[in-house]
Design a protein around this ligand. Structure first.
Ligand SMILES: Nc1ncnc2c1ncn2[C@@H]1O[C@H](COP(=O)(O)OP(=O)(O)OC[C@H]2O[C@@H]([n+]3cccc(C(=O)O)c3)[C@H](O)[C@@H]2O)[C@@H](O)[C@H]1O
Ligand SMILES: Nc1ncnc2c1ncn2[C@@H]1O[C@H](COP(=O)(O)OP(=O)(O)OP(=O)(O)O)[C@@H](O)[C@H]1O
Ligand SMILES: NC(=O)CC[C@H](N)C(=O)O
Length: 572
């Protein structure tokens, strides 16, 4: 049986940084060569980053990607077979009514070898659900490219191709290949790694071939990619698995069946095209021992996603530091802790902004949070600014309460302008769901790490993080949540307890259950009516909220898209 040494490069690309991504490929090709690899595979759309969204419509961007792949072919080691994702096009982008087309932008993959592009493949299945809009951008490929490498037939596929039965994997089976490489940009959501391994194993059995699945790592706006690259044998046995949220090279020796078929042409759902590479150098030295990295627990996994999402948003947008209001409450303490893990305490600035309603312990807790995180801490009382407003405007009730939140938002943004820190907002998913946040107040900010984290999970994350090392004040975890916008205010004055609210929100938001289904599932009918109304009328707020890392199956923004102007009310 021939043996191929394959490296999977789980790397962190940046959208739009074509030359930087090409440099990354060159660097990791050298590492693959040092590890004695014959083939190295990079993630989907490596050269452009993923997702490029409407950049696809720009001819100049497509041209930059195509030029980069040609140039890269002459720059990577000529004896190494390099599989790399990029944006290609064999026709113009969609302009409106041209519904059925066989040419246009392509989510493409190139096999580089011997100083040239030796083969190409265009993604066949285009995801168009959840956060994906690929029908908007790409034309599906209809030809599976099979490359003979040292006597083994290797098929190459892109991401969604592995999520669908039939299509490229079934065709690969009929074409009798020994290995299917699948390059991915598969965003993280909680427990997705539990789905991936059985999926990859199923597809291996469907193709009757070993499968190598390589995924991106790193953050891109609301998305974060967790890596979790996988290699399985033809019968679905796990051979190697990468870590989560780490850039790394996974190297594996695969004993694969010698090629048996030369058939090409129509294989049912797709055509098959074949090509062959000149012989690659024989394997040097001893066999490599593949690694199977342990899985992270749920809290560690979500924490990894939030830290990676924040770090990359900050870094890839040219910031070095962040600023946030530290109230002494759980949300700002957890955001500060995420920021400390992402950027180091020296790059995190916490500002306590006490008003007349802030309790003494709030300031102490805020200070403790800063001390534990080793972050910069200042106190900026807002009383005089509040008084100046009130002396000039006749405000009372909610208008006066919200003024405090707005002054804090203005102070944070002013310090951002002055010192160049990115402002973090801290509203969790439960609060954003029911509109419990002040527009242009505590909602002010450039990025919100907790946007997709329900309040009950915020507490769990805090407890888990403190088991690693103490970073979040115990008092912030244990005290009842309060906005402290009026005397003795508690969240429970306006909201049901979060232990009741969160499961209801999960049903309504993440699972799209209606009022009848939620009541049938055992939620208190009066609470269902009240909460659904609160969620429905707060859509305008969510549209104006800062972006934040997606961790759930349905995040506000890219995933859950609802009209702001909407008279439909559940059960009415
Ligand atoms: N459909 C629509 N489209 C566009 N804009 C719309 C709108 N409906 C109202 N608006 C605008 O929105 C305004 C109302 O929103 P907003 O000004 O935010 O004020 P509002 O939602 O009335 O009050 C903020 C709520 O958040 C709570 N809060 C504040 C701060 C922190 C926390 C916390 O603990 O985390 C909680 C606070 O106790 C209060 O219940 C209206 O005055 C109007 O200008
Ligand atoms: N006294 C304060 N000093 C500094 N920032 C504050 C203060 N009060 C509120 N903030 C900012 O506004 C955000 C919303 O705060 P608020 O305390 O009203 O609600 P919360 O959801 O209970 O948040 P937290 O749990 O952080 O207190 C806080 O997370 C914090 O960033
Ligand atoms: N880029 C893609 O095709 C990703 C789609 C796929 N279902 C995933 O989430 O992994």
């Amino acid at each position: 049986m021939p043996t191929l040494r394959l490296a999977l490069a789980q790397v962190n690309t940046t959208v739009g940084d074509v030359s930087g991504n090409a440099a990354l490929v060159r660097d990791w090709c050298r590492r693959a060569l040092d590890a004695g690899a014959q083939i190295v595979a990079f993630p989907e759309m490596t050269l452009t980053g993923y997702p490029v969204e409407d950049l696809t419509f720009r001819e100049s961007f497509v041209a930059a990607s195509r030029a980069a792949v040609d140039q890269l072919a002459s720059e990577v080691p000529p004896d190494l077979a390099v599989i790399v994702g990029y944006l290609d096009a064999d026709g113009p982008a969609r302009t409106g009514s041209d519904a059925a087309r066989d040419r246009g932008p392509r989510d493409a993959l190139a096999l580089l070898h011997g100083g040239r592009v030796a083969a190409r493949y265009f993604k066949h299945h285009l995801p168009n659900y959840g956060v994906f809009d690929e029908d908007r951008y790409f034309v599906p490929g209809d030809t599976l490219t099979v490359v003979r490498i040292n006597g083994v037939d290797v098929a190459m596929t892109v991401c969604e191709d592995i999520w669908q039965p039939g299509g490229p994997f079934a065709v690969a089976g009929r074409a009798e290949v020994g290995l299917v490489v699948n390059i991915n940009a598969s965003p993280y959501e909680l427990n997705k790694d539990d789905v991936r391994l059985p999926l990859v194993a199923r597809r291996a059995r469907e193709a009757n071939a070993a499968v190598a699945y390589v995924n991106l790592v790193g953050g891109q706006d609301e998305l974060v990619f967790d890596g979790d690259s996988i290699v399985v044998s033809a019968d679905g046995e796990l051979l190697a698995r990468g870590g989560q949220f780490t850039e790394e090279l996974q190297v594996v020796d695969l004993h694969l069946p010698a090629a048996t078929s030369d058939d090409t042409g129509d294989f049912g759902e797709m055509l098959v095209a074949r090509t062959a590479l000149p012989a690659l150098p024989e394997l040097p030295g001893a066999a490599v021992a593949p690694r199977i990295e342990p899985r992270l627990g749920d809290e560690a996994e979500v924490w990894g996603a939030l830290v990676t999402g924040l770090r990359d948003y900050v870094r890839k947008n040219g910031f070095r530091s962040v600023i946030l209001g530290l109230s002494g409450g759980i949300d700002s303490a957890v955001v500060a802790a995420i920021a400390v893990d992402a950027l180091g305490g020296d790059n995190v600035h916490g500002v306590a902004m006490p008003s007349g309603y802030s309790s003494e312990h709030s300031l102490d807790d805020a200070q403790e949070s800063a001390k534990l995180g080793g972050l910069h801490f200042t106190v900026q009382p807002i009383g005089p600014m509040f008084d100046a407003f009130m002396a000039n405007m006749n405000l009372n009730g909610l208008a006066a309460e919200n003024l405090q939140a707005r002054i804090r938002g203005m102070v944070s943004m002013s310090l951002s302008n002055q010192h160049g820190h990115l402002v973090l907002s801290t509203g969790n998913k439960s609060e954003l769901a029911v509109g419990y946040a002040t527009l242009y107040g505590d909602m002010a900010g450039g990025f919100n790490p907790l946007k997709d984290v329900p309040k009950t999970l915020v507490w769990k994350l805090a407890r888990w993080r403190n088991t690693v090392s103490p970073l979040i004040p115990e008092n912030s975890i244990s005290k009842p949540p309060s906005a402290e916008l009026r005397p003795d205010q508690l969240d429970t004055d306006s909201l049901p307890p979060y232990e009741e609210l969160d499961p209801l929100l999960h049903g309504y938001i993440d699972l799209d259950m209606g009022s009848a289904a939620l009541k049938a599932a055992g939620h208190d009918p009066a609470l269902v009516d009240r909460v659904l109304r609160m969620v429905d009328i707060a859509e305008y707020k969510r549209r104006q909220s800062a972006p934040g890392t997606k961790i759930s199956i349905k995040a506000f923004g890219r995933d859950r898209r609802l009209p702001m102007t909407n008279r439909f009310r559940e059960g009415v």
